[in-house]
Ligand binder design. Structure first.
Ligand code: PRX
Length: 656
């Protein structure tokens, strides 16, 4: 965020009440109802969640304890048995929803497909049987590396149906990044496609899988299941690689849902942190199912008549929770779109809304800011009158973008649901409830019932209103991450001991800075750690630095976020070279490409600055604060006297 944005947020006093007609028909109507729910949940969280779990989900067997909390390890609905796909599919088949559209897919070169609940059920069952046939058993991990096609959702559900945890890797990640994730998860099988369509180009996904698995580098992987999408020539390794459509054709559609323990692993999703390699965030079954179901239902006031569209990719948590599991558990119609706005089709989002009569539209601030730049004509030329609720996620939304979204897209009649949450939280944590919460542009408003969010200092002491602090959560919630896959200690250190526990009270540290105003509204200020947010994508600066240093020319690298008016932040890298290399533009280009190869295009540095040395403390720690200032062309903030060599800054200021 730019400083002018922070400034404007501090001065933001506008308040927008939910429209009367929407509020009158909402399940949670008005702030009094919200307050009452919030107080009820706070007074008796376990009773609150247990009542909803019994009412909203199907269980094969009920739990005998709602919460087992041995900080920082939580178990929800202990000994309860369920299967999330039963809640997402089977239970709708005995109702009128059987032939309701479950998934509407709009594909890139004009393809489209609609799957009813009955059809989706059938395909999921068939695929579940295919997985079994390929030797996948309950507990085995399955990697999914797919474009945004229905088979991605089908693959996830098929895994969940037989109790094989999935780990979806965003299709924009490189072969190298894919390999790391498959290795860490010890995946037994990978589901991919021959390729995907992205921005008028073909992304060779299968080739990337081949590269990731070359020389048997991930020996746990026994099979690769390949969806035919682009029909490009690809290599199929005999014995290892199988075509999805061929196996599906012979597969039975009868596959009863495996009864899973509430705490059985549902999926692992890798996300970036301050240190080390991306960590595998572990989510389990019961609590995740309940929480994604409830948050979508109440925050977006989801109705059976809604056509709900979340523009995220299934490779991110937003796609998991709010394209696949949350909407289907509610029996909603969820739209999935393969495309992204690009010069050849700038109005594509508005076309999708018009074509399907989308009523709820959920996207990221970076997209909204890009649309503002494209002008009002594009949305104004389409009929967007079906919209009734808008949502945003992924990064702070500046009030200017919020107002544009409200006026130009929402026609001033749609509440904006600004949802603050994370891969780790599984579902929305701080969010308006569309029919209840008056919104303020730039604020994610109030915590969801059951979420004891707070603002504290580094020692865990609460700070007064309107004072910045760390965003923490004081009590477990059903969809909280259970651990870092294979690394309980990292889980404890990163999230629960960053702010030292006091008197047995553990605080979940989110990594975000925040301010709470006198009305109890939260204003997220962005990450306080070495994580940067580029177009709503979360990147660890250290990951990018490691990628750069793995190039033979690079001696040392320091990566910071530079503010960008559209993308929020962009990647700025300072690099010192090994003696035998010269600082040329060609080398800059090569290093950028190297990062793309190591991580993926989302991590490509926008700028690389060569330096003879990096600013360091006397103990040898890089002073990133100064680098952030330098990257953004600002005055240096802070004391330079602790620096080992002051002339380094002058050299950096001159640039190269
Ligand atoms: O910094 C916050 C920002 O995104 C981070 C979480 O990233 P990720 O795990 O990739 O999940 C993104 C989608 C849930 C947070 O720590 N963030 C997310 N939503 C918001 C946000 N910042 C401000 N406002 C939001 N609504």
């Amino acid at each position: 965020m730019s400083d002018t944005t922070i400034e404007s947020i501090l001065q933001e006093h506008r308040l927008f009440s939910p429209p009367a007609d929407l509020a009158a028909q909402a399940e949670i109507q008005g702030m009094a109802a919200y307050e009452q729910l919030y107080e009820q949940a706070k007074a008796d969280p376990e009773g609150f969640w247990a009542e909803l779990a019994a009412q909203e989900l199907h269980w094969f067997q009920s739990w005998n304890q709602v919460l087992d909390w041995q900080p920082p390890f939580a178990k929800w609905f202990v000994n309860g048995k369920l299967n999330i796909t039963y809640n997402c599919l089977d239970r709708h088949l005995t109702t009128w929803r059987r032939n309701k559209a479950a998934l509407i897919w709009e594909g890139e070169p004009g393809d489209s497909r609609t799957l009813t609940y009955a059809q989706l059920y059938r395909e999921v069952c068939q695929m579940a049987n295919v997985l079994k046939q390929l030797g996948v058993q309950k507990g085995d991990r399955v990697g999914i590396y797919m474009p945004m096609i229905p088979e991605a959702a089908i693959a996830m559900l098929a895994c969940a149906r037989i109790g094989a945890p999935h780990t979806v890797v965003f299709g924009g990640f490189s072969a190298e990044a894919l390999k790391d994730r498959l290795e860490d998860a010890q995946a037994k099988l990978v589901i991919t496609a021959d390729g995907g369509f992205r921005k008028d180009k073909v992304v060779p996904l299968k080739a990337a899988v081949d590269q990731a698995l070359a020389n048997n580098s991930v020996p746990s992987v026994q099979h690769v299941l390949v969806v035919q999408r682009t029909r490009e020539e690809i290599l199929m390794e005999p014995g290892r690689d199988r075509w999805w459509h061929e196996l599906q054709a012979g597969a039975s559609a009868d596959c009863p849902a495996e009864p899973m323990d509430s705490e059985d692993l549902l999926f692992i999703l890798y996300t970036s942190g301050t240190t080390g390699k991306p960590k595998g965030v572990v989510h389990t079954t019961g609590g995740y199912n309940l929480y994604t179901h409830m948050t979508l239902k109440w925050a977006f006031d989801l109705k059976d008549t809604d056509v709900y569209w979340c523009t995220a990719d299934v490779g991110w948590i937003t796609g998991h929770s709010y394209i696949v599991y949350g909407p289907l558990s509610n029996g909603a119609t969820t739209v999935m779109y393969e495309g992204v706005p690009r010069p050849s089709n700038l109005g594509c989002f508005w076309d999708v809304i018009e074509k399907y009569g989308v009523t709820i539209f959920y996207t990221a601030p970076t997209a909204i800011r890009a649309f503002i730049k494209m002008g009002d004509e594009l949305p104004k030329a389409r009929n967007l009158s079906s919209l009734r609720i808008l949502g945003t996620v992924g990064e702070p939304i500046n009030p200017e973008a919020w107002m544009w979204y409200h006026q130009v897209i929402g026609g001033e009649r749609c509440p904006i649901v600004d949802t603050w949450w994370q891969t780790e939280t599984g579902g929305f944590m701080i969010t308006p409830l569309a029919g209840a919460t008056p919104t303020k542009p730039g604020s994610a408003t109030r915590p969801f019932p059951g979420i004891l969010a707070d603002v504290v200092d580094i020692e865990g002491n609460p700070v007064p209103d309107n004072t910045g602090g760390y965003l923490v959560v004081r009590y477990p919630w059903p969809s909280m991450m259970r651990t870092v896959y294979g690394d309980d200690d990292r889980f404890r250190r990163t999230y629960w001991e960053y702010i030292p526990p006091k008197d047995g009270q553990y605080l979940y540290f989110a990594g975000d800075g925040v301010r709470r105003d006198a009305d109890g509204y939260f204003w997220i200020m962005g990450r306080v750690d070495d994580v940067i947010n580029v177009s709503g994508h979360r990147l660890g600066t250290m990951e990018i630095e490691s990628a750069l240093v793995s190039h033979p020319a690079v001696a040392e690298a320091a990566v910071v976020g530079r503010k960008d008016p559209v993308r929020g932040e962009e990647v700025f890298a300072f690099v010192t070279l090994e003696r035998s290399y010269s600082p040329t533009d060609a080398l800059k280009a090569e290093l950028k490409q190297h990062v793309v190869q190591e991580i993926g295009a989302i991590a490509r540095p926008s700028e690389i600055q060569f330096a003879d040395a990096l600013p360091k403390t006397r103990s040898g720690k890089i002073i990133r604060r100064f680098l952030r200032n330098l990257a953004s062309g600002e005055d240096l903030v802070g004391d330079a006297s602790t620096m080992e060599d002051q002339s380094v800054l002058d050299q950096l200021r001159q640039g190269s």
